[in-house]
Write a protein that binds this ligand. Structure first.
Ligand SMILES: [Zn+2]
Length: 425
């Protein structure tokens, strides 16, 4: 009995430590920081664009100064007086994907990026670092923010779009909060959008381990209205007036659907409790994209809507890599073979120990011959991350590899579960 009491009191301490830690440095609002990232294939720089205050905080209240998954970039907030790191987060960007394309060899481009931080009580220093080709995080901007600065724009207090909770696992402060937002749906199509949002939410929560952690998620359907129905398809010279200006043919890849209007997204949903974003595009053209801690964007009219939205959420929420590969790739240099990728579900065997080595049966050959797949459910199978050679995946098939596979592989499942716990416990 004493043992149980002791465990219980330690648990209580951990709970109050997290609450104290948050309350010590932050108020219950969001500091949204907008940046412009720019450069070419060899250079990258970041400039501060706009600071915003949002009326509530819907991000994590646990493990505040830590990062579980590295990302292609990181943002850190330090208390200006003590220098102590009080919040950190990781992300990937469309900009860095673009840097690996042929176009980036001949021209410099700029991309919008916005990050949600808990609103500090006192002056803070914010630092953004980007990962280089060698896997090192290099500081790209460092600036001070005074939370009393009158030029921090107050957003989300009015003109908040209609939204409904389509899955409520718990209160905002205890859950991962996901906004599902409409792109290419007119005002008359909102009933259809709400149905699609419910399908997306159910598809995600039907997959393991989400199905065992439903009480840790809130999903909100946000009715952002577009002037035109459908989204832009540049290869067909079809340009639509939509709320987020998304289009296919990103980096000249037919099915890659993205938007570069990141500020429009965040401005549209300011005031809604969200930390993660799923954008549903009203079209039957196949495609989508998911960028870690940026957004998932996917199409709802295609027969593969359900597996694709779950796959893209695997990218944007959990930082999972693509486990598929093909010969003619638009991304010329996504994963250098001398660097261990930060994503948990692929490896170059540069530092496999940090990956899923502890999930292998003791006699599993590394790499594992695909012919032994029946013997080893988890192995080290060659072909992943867009390359048929030198990059390895944990299983023959996975939601991160094909639309026909029903589940995430065991390594992806573990990675998702770890992240949900990191955010909520
Ligand atoms: Zn997997």
């Amino acid at each position: 009995m004493r043992h149980i009491l002791l465990i219980f009191s330690v648990f209580l301490c951990a709970l109050s430590a997290n609450a104290q830690e948050y309350d010590e440095y932050f108020i219950d609002k969001t500091l949204r920081v907008d940046y412009i990232f720019s450069g070419g294939n060899e250079s990258q720089s970041i400039a501060l664009d706009q600071l915003n205050q949002l009326p509530l905080w819907a991000g994590r209240r646990h493990n505040l100064p830590e990062v579980l998954r590295g990302g292609n970039g990181q943002i850190k907030m330090m208390d200006a007086q003590s220098g102590k790191c009080i919040y950190a987060d990781a992300f990937s960007t469309l900009f860095q994907e673009w840097q690996t394309t042929d176009e980036a060899k001949t021209v410099r481009k700029s991309f919008e990026n916005s990050y949600l931080l808990p609103y500090p009580k006192s002056k803070v220093v914010i630092e953004v670092s980007l990962r280089n080709k060698h896997g090192e995080y290099i500081s790209a901007i460092k600036h001070t923010v005074d939370p009393t600065d009158i030029l921090i724009k107050k957003a989300g207090l009015e003109h908040v779009p209609a939204y409904t909770a389509i899955h409520q696992g718990g209160t905002i402060d205890k859950c991962v909060n996901v906004a599902i937002i409409a792109e290419g749906y007119t005002a008359d199509e909102m009933k259809k959008f709400r149905e699609h949002a419910a399908v997306a939410c159910q598809a995600i929560l039907a997959h393991s381990p989400f199905n065992t952690m439903k009480e840790k998620f809130n999903f909100y359907a946000v009715e952002t209205v577009s002037e035109n129905s459908g989204v832009s398809v540049p290869r067909e010279n079809k340009w639509q007036k939509t709320v987020f200006g998304s289009h296919f043919d990103t980096f000249y890849s037919d099915r890659y659907l993205t938007t570069t209007n990141v500020k429009d997204i965040h401005n549209a949903i300011a005031g809604i409790p969200y930390a993660h974003i799923i954008i549903l595009a009203n079209t039957d053209v196949y495609g989508g994209g998911g960028i870690f801690n940026a957004y998932t964007l996917t199409t709802t009219g295609h027969p593969n809507f359900k597996p694709v939205v779950v796959h893209e959420f695997g990218h944007s929420f959990a930082g999972l890599a693509d486990e598929y590969y093909y010969e003619n790739d638009t991304f010329s240099d996504t994963y250098p073979l001398t660097v261990e990728p930060w994503e948990p579900n692929i490896t170059t065997l540069t530092n496999f120990f940090a990956k899923w080595k502890n999930m292998l049966l003791p006699d599993t050959p590394i790499p594992t011959d695909i012919k032994s797949a029946g013997q080893y459910k988890v192995g080290v199978y060659e072909g992943a991350g867009y390359s048929s050679k030198g990059i390895y995946r944990p299983a023959v098939d996975c939601r991160m590899k094909t639309n026909t596979c029903k589940d995430f592989c065991p390594v992806c499942q573990r990675a998702i579960e770890q992240l949900v716990k990191f955010y909520t416990e």
